[in-house]
Design a protein around this ligand. Structure first.
Ligand SMILES: [Zn+2]
Length: 381
């Protein structure tokens, strides 16, 4: 496990590469973004919007995929400023938090039309359980439906534009070719979206789900997409993306955040819409040796908000704590909802832990301290 010499991102992150000088692609991308002529891109966006608005004046002409969080609140406000008539489409999260619900209500109260697409909780809980047990991803349904629900809605209502937020590959790292990508399509979804490891058909073939139970997770067919053309673009491609700025704007417009310290995180204003985020991030830590605090602190290091040294000290304390709660809700209760006991959970955790990253005894058994925390071997090169 090697770390970027500029930020604190390890090369265990999927799609993360360190170049010959030891710099990660997220840092390279950050530098690359400084050289982009954003004026030209702004004009490109205005041209796209003009075309769309002219042809779709008196109807919703843009879908904003929305969780109610800082980025989608900003996107919605920005879309209106740009002259669009957006409808916000929320794929309900797996275990919605009270803050998440309040932020969706907030969007309505500040003047946006919103649609929530929620599928059967019975089906979803089963998917949560299978996802956690098979691929160590409790939130598979959420990871897929946040991509599929907006496009299905746009097709059904013939809405010609979907305006996504940032391209996560640009902010957090991805292959070079993804840095110049402005569109989100099926290829993007399959390569970078939530499908990694499990496909809808796997559930039908191996877990006795009926096709219709998984309708929301099924990406439209080529034929459906051919019949009505939708432009599916990242706003973050056309204008400089800044999560902290987005938060400040969203906060001014009524978005609420978790005012206490958020478990295993550095920021307390993202990943607050679903109680399962803590478990999801802990599995990232077990598999790859880093969690959300690493993402967030690397973001700050790149922007000179804190030093790399400081970030390493902070991440040691913040990250990797065995998840006993998230946003105040006990892990035991989060898991009970989907039929998994704490004992079973601990067993699943061990199964997905990369033993090269954490200290083991001479028999190869993971060593844990009194709080059930693992001991990470390496925090720097
Ligand atoms: Zn870096």
């Amino acid at each position: 496990m090697n770390y970027c010499i500029n930020c604190i991102m390890p090369d265990t992150r999927p799609d993360q590469y360190l170049n010959s000088e030891g710099i990660c692609n997220a840092c390279l991308s950050y530098e690359y973004n400084k050289k982009i002529n954003w004026n030209i891109r702004k004009k490109e966006l205005e041209k796209i919007i003009k075309n769309i608005s002219n042809n779709n004046k008196n109807k919703w002409n843009c879908v904003i995929p929305s969780s109610g969080g800082k980025d989608s609140t900003y996107q919605a406000i920005r879309a209106k400023e740009l002259g669009l008539n957006p409808v916000l489409v929320t794929a309900t999260t797996c275990d919605p938090s009270s803050i998440g619900k309040a932020n969706i209500e907030n969007l309505k109260s500040i003047g946006f039309d919103t649609i929530e697409i929620s599928n059967s909780n019975i089906v979803r809980k089963k998917l949560n359980k299978i996802g956690l047990e098979l691929i160590g991803d409790i939130a598979w349904p959420e990871h897929v439906s946040i991509f599929t629900a907006p496009i299905k809605f746009a097709l059904a209502y013939q809405i010609p534009l979907i305006l996504w937020g940032e391209n996560p590959q640009i902010e957090y790292g991805g292959p070079q070719k993804s840095l110049n990508n402005n569109i989100l399509d099926r290829n993007w979804l399959e390569e970078f979206g939530g499908l990694i490891g499990l496909r809808v058909n796997d559930f039908i073939d191996n877990h006795n789900f009926k096709k219709e139970e998984l309708e929301i997770y099924t990406y439209p067919t080529k034929e459906e997409l051919r019949r009505f053309k939708i432009k599916s673009i990242f706003l973050g491609f056309y204008e400089k993306w800044d999560s902290i700025r987005n938060f400040e704007i969203a906060k001014k417009n009524g978005m609420v955040f978790y005012e206490k310290k958020l478990e295993n995180c550095y920021f307390n204003f993202e990943k607050i819409d679903n109680y399962q985020h803590g478990i999801h991030d802990y599995f990232k830590y077990l598999k790859f040796g880093f969690g959300r605090a690493t993402d967030q602190l690397s973001y700050c290091v790149r922007r000179g908000i804190i030093s790399r040294k400081e970030a390493i000290e902070k991440v040691k304390k913040l990250e990797g704590n065995y998840p006993l709660s998230y946003m105040g809700k006990k892990t035991e209760d989060i898991l009970k909802r989907i039929g998994i006991s704490m004992k079973r959970f601990e067993h699943i955790c061990d199964q997905f832990t990369n033993k090269k990253i954490f200290r083991c005894d001479k028999f190869g058994k993971l060593i844990k301290n009194n709080n059930n925390n693992l001991i990470k071997l390496k925090y720097d090169n």
